[in-house]
Write a protein that binds this ligand. Structure first.
Ligand code: H2B
Length: 102
């Protein structure tokens, strides 16, 4: 079971994972991406799915048309671990690249 991230690591989240918000209701990170259209959003979801499988670490997400809400937490540890930070960085690489291409 992965250990939860330390308080120091939490303090650095705004730097390590910019624009990801610590949720108040649970130990999780949340971010919303807004794309040009559904096709762009779904294209990112498909790329994220590949990485999630490679990492064996999966997002909780909700998509409506061009909007993608992502929540990250480690279910086996019931909170935030380094795997969530690793996946958040991978998601930002995928999504921000797509948004810049738009
Ligand atoms: C059995 C499987 O390896 C585990 O359920 C993995 C799969 N993906 C996962 N994803 C997330 N976010 N948290 C987990 O604890 C987790 N565990």
């Amino acid at each position: 079971m992965q250990p939860l991230i330390t308080n120091t690591q939490r303090d650095h989240l705004s730097v390590d994972c910019p624009d990801w918000k610590l949720m108040s209701s649970r130990d999780a990170l949340q971010k919303t991406f807004v794309f040009k259209n559904f096709q762009e959003a779904f294209s990112c979801m498909s790329e994220i799915a590949v990485i999630a499988e490679e990492l064996n670490h999966h997002p909780e997400w909700f998509n409506v048309w061009n909007r993608l809400d992502i929540t990250l937490s480690t279910h086996d540890s019931d909170g935030l671990t380094l795997k969530d930070i690793q996946l958040a960085k991978a998601i930002d690489r995928i999504c921000l690249k797509k948004l810049l291409e738009a």
